[in-house]
Design a protein around this ligand. Structure first.
Ligand SMILES: Cc1cc2nc3c(=O)[nH]c(=O)nc-3n(C[C@H](O)[C@H](O)[C@H](O)COP(=O)(O)OP(=O)(O)OC[C@H]3O[C@@H](n4cnc5c(N)ncnc54)[C@H](O)[C@@H]3O)c2cc1C
Length: 380
């Protein structure tokens, strides 16, 4: 067994870390306060080839696979949870359906656009259901030259920045999962509106919006895969992308852990450094152990995917464990900081807010446990 990155992966991590330290770390807190998407940094990511890192080489992508995408996501998340979610959605889940089921024309159009730094979104969740998406309300009708979409999506990451995206709609709710189809859509087309922006707990530099489709026309070649395959495409995309959320949680947890260790060394109470108190040492020991376990689960799942496996159980385990471990680590980091940990003056306060949603999006912890149990028990 090999437990470490190879030389190429280590060099890549060092390069991304250097970029993040100079271009993201100094600005991330301000982007949060201003609730502003950092377009200038996004364009730098595109110039460095990070936006197309994991996309197929024959269409202008980097062809690097999930491991590299997770390394980049972890490093970005260490500095900015919001930037990292924009990244893992636009360059991951939003592109996965197109890469796996798209026509050569769709791949030839959207992969280079993603590589050039256009932002994409993935629009599945509706007001009536996020975990249970089969009873979908958004409808489509077939016309002579394409389809007409009507309905709305909610909680869509990159809603304000995306110039294109993947959206799911049903022909007839009575048809259940067999009625759902997937479409690529363009922002600048009549009938499309970006609706309400959610006022979130954290990750403020990333927009999360309602998307409204009103008599919105798409051509026939906007269909991804076959009619009726939409739910399979959605679930496969999420299955493939889930490990990136584990990497995001890992990055946030690492940032909180590093701050906790630094502060425990510097801050003094009762005549000695906090880190010399056993209660604080235990918090650090538990965090170091959980961080390592999360890292191993995450990169093993990414490696399995790069070997051509679906790795549904392993990705779910990685996402479940890394996100919940990150929650415990951020909680302890705030505790070690004491009063200042509860203020905007301490970065750990931001990490704790940014972490929380990693237990919710791309499948809640309950849905991960469900997926793991079904795999273990062999339930269809
Ligand atoms: C910041 C943010 C960004 C997001 N970005 C996107 C995006 O880009 N695209 C997109 O499509 N969606 C996105 N979402 C939506 C997200 O995926 C959903 O919020 C999530 O899947 C949960 O769905 P829900 O909110 O409808 O909760 P519900 O499904 O209503 O669940 C509520 C609670 O009940 C639990 N629960 C539900 N069913 C069961 C069950 N059978 N057994 C046990 N417990 C159960 C859930 O785990 C949860 O704790 C985003 C959400 C947030 C907050």
């Amino acid at each position: 067994m090999d437990f470490d990155h190879d030389e190429q992966q280590s060099l890549f991590r060092a390069a991304v870390r250097e970029f993040v330290n100079s271009e993201v770390v100094p600005h991330a807190a301000r982007w949060e306060d201003e609730e502003r998407f950092p377009w200038e940094t996004w364009h730098q990511l595109a110039e460095l080839g990070l936006c197309s890192l994991a996309l197929p080489e024959e269409y202008g992508g980097g062809g690097s696979g999930k491991m590299m995408l997770c390394i980049a996501t972890e490093e970005l998340a260490r500095a900015s949870g919001g930037l990292s979610v924009a990244y893992l959605v636009s360059c991951g889940v939003a592109m996965d359906g197109i890469c796996m089921h798209g026509t050569p024309e769709q791949k030839g159009d959207y992969i280079p656009r993603c590589a050039r730094g256009e932002v994409a979104c993935f629009a599945l969740t509706e007001p009536d259901g996020g975990s249970d998406v089969a009873p979908m309300r958004m409808r489509y009708q077939t016309t002579n030259d394409g389809f007409v979409l009507n309905g709305s999506k909610t909680f869509i990451s990159n809603g304000e920045e995306a110039s294109f995206g993947v959206v799911f709609a049903t022909k007839d709710p009575e048809m259940g999962h067999r009625g759902v189809s997937a479409f690529v859509f363009e922002r600048d087309v009549p009938g499309f509106t970006v609706g309400k922006r959610e006022r979130k707990t954290g990750q403020h530099c990333s927009s999360t919006n309602e998307l409204i489709f009103d008599e919105y026309k798409v051509p026939r070649d906007a269909l991804i895969g076959q009619e009726g395959e939409g739910l399979i495409i959605a679930l496969e995309s999420i299955d493939k992308s889930r490990v990136s959320v584990a990497a995001q949680a890992l990055g946030i947890a690492r940032a909180a852990y590093d701050e906790m260790v630094r502060y425990a060394t510097e801050r003094r109470a009762f005549g000695k450094a906090l880190g010399q108190q056993q209660a604080i040492q235990w918090m650090i020991a538990d965090s170091a152990t959980e961080l390592e376990a999360a890292r191993l689960l995450t990169y093993r799942a990414a490696w399995l995917i790069d070997q051509g496996n679906l790795a549904i159980k392993e990705s779910a385990m990685a996402k479940l464990y890394a996100s919940e471990a990150a929650g415990r680590i951020c909680h302890r980091a705030v505790q070690v900081f004491g009063g200042i940990g509860y203020t905007r003056d301490a970065a750990v306060e931001r990490y704790a807010r940014d972490q929380r949603v990693t237990e919710i999006y791309e499948g809640t912890s309950e849905m991960q446990r469900w997926a793991i149990a079904r795999q273990v028990l062999g339930v269809k």
